[in-house]
Design a protein around this ligand. Sequence first.
Ligand SMILES: Nc1ncnc2c1ncn2[C@@H]1O[C@H](COP(=O)(O)OP(=O)(O)OP(=O)(O)O)[C@@H](O)[C@H]1O
Ligand SMILES: [Mg+2]
Length: 306
Amino acid sequence: MQRLFFTGKGGVGKSTLAATAAWQLSQLGHKVLAVSFDPAHNLGDIFGRELSHAKLAFTQHLDLQEADLEQSAEAYIDRSIGVLSDVYSYTHAFNLDLYLKVLRYSPGVEEYAALTALERIVIDDTGYDYIVFDTPPTGLTLRILALPSITVAWVERLLKLRRQILQKRGTIHKLSGKYDEEGFKLPYTERDDTVLHKLEEMHQRYRTLNSLLRGADTHIAVVFNPDYLSFRESERIVSGLRELELPLRSAYNNKVEDENEEIAQDVEAKLFTNGARSVPIQRVPLQPPQREGSYAMPVDITAAFV
Ligand SMILES: Nc1ncnc2c1ncn2[C@@H]1O[C@H](COP(=O)(O)OP(=O)(O)OP(=O)(O)O)[C@@H](O)[C@H]1O
Ligand SMILES: [Mg+2]
């Protein structure tokens, strides 16, 4: 199964290319899921259908879906609250309601919610040949794709600290015969420690997701237009992906026409000059206005992934 991500500045044509790719791959007989991660959810408009988090069979070979980001945010918050109340059940001073409010509006919740939804799709939806993701503009997408490796690095630090804490508790236990606080017995062995188990489980999950995202089955494409603003943004994507060791596999120079041909050539020549391994760039011409409900562009864009 291949996963395709179209990244790029707002308005460059990510949703249009994602829809086109999904449609064309399904027409080649592949089983395809096109899923929107953009809270603006244009994918449904492109296909002329109301999408929800339940899959809609658009054709026999193409399912459409909107990732349920709100539900994922709730699930993430619930899980965090669950961990907090498990871990701190011995202290009465801890105001969980306040933490619930703080968590809900904390930076990163949106990204983790998207990551939870992404994880669910990547791990569970194995019945497709291709999953095409319609992603939100660059910043959020890069942050979502960065999260698994950042989380793995953090969790490794936390695991080390946790093991040190358990070791110290063990020493105190040996010396005093007991170590408790307000009647709650704190675990001092790795086997009994829920926190350590939760960290180990997180470590495993994010490592798996990280290696899936970096693997040969992930195809990240950058979309830009023949203008310098979208080009600068695509340069940032190229270097951001390189830092994250995520695979950029193709680029689309979208909306090219006679008037911007010169700029189109210039940005293509410049895109991979900063030491990035170059990837194939496909030009997609500016199309005349489409009739309503025409969801795929009449240009074959599948060469990079079939
Ligand atoms: N090759 C093309 N020729 C003509 N119009 C195009 C082309 N590609 C995209 N468009 C038009 O450009 C507009 C923006 O496209 P689209 O919504 O796909 O961009 P996006 O990158 O997904 O935007 P957002 O960042 O808002 O999600 C749409 O009106 C779309 O129809
Ligand atoms: Mg879009």
